[in-house]
Design a protein around this ligand. Sequence first.
Ligand code: ADE
Length: 227
Amino acid sequence: MKIEVLSLFPEFFSSFLSQSIVARAISKQALEVQTFDIRAYANNKHHQVDDYPYGGFAGMVGMIQPLWDALLPRILEGNAPVIYFSPQGRPLKQKMLCDYAQESRVILICGHYKEIDQRFRRLAVSDEISIGDYVLSGGELAAQVFIDGVARLLPGVLSDINSAQTDSFYSSSLGFPCYTRPSEFLGQQVPDSLLNGNHAKIAEWAQAEARLLTRVRRPDLLSDKDR
Ligand code: ADE
């Protein structure tokens, strides 16, 4: 999968891309990420990329020209979904990451300031995504959330893909609690159910724990009959 990122702060991505699962996805050639500096495409003398909003509102708006000129060469290379990160977008869910992980190429647009010109969104953007009900200073962190979430789903990246399938949100519930050695620490024991080697019983335990946690913390994820 190839991800092309348009940002005013491409440097934001250098450490992120060199660590952990994302770095592994890149080294295994399951993922390629290329960043592009939107400012380099501004055709005015001072490389201005934002301007005052029409209507006299507060804040600055990302200008359409640098965004358009940064995107055009990417689009000419071939058709790909263009995602813009914004608090106004649809809330990001695991299912969306699974769907995007099937794409061979995706283009991500990171805005800054108070949104970008609506005409760019209308002309060029195929999907708008929010990572939560809060406002960040720009789309870079949201794009990194997206890249991380997709990278770990690409074939060959996780050593055991079953691990992803028991994550939270796979079966409309949160994940179950996990334990590792030692079996006792400061008087705290690992649950007996995990120590008896009975795989059917262990699976039953995990399902019951996941359901309990989901009922308490995220009842909105459960159907009416499970709530
Ligand atoms: N940009 C600023 N805030 C954001 C959010 N909550 N989600 C996605 N992109 C954003």
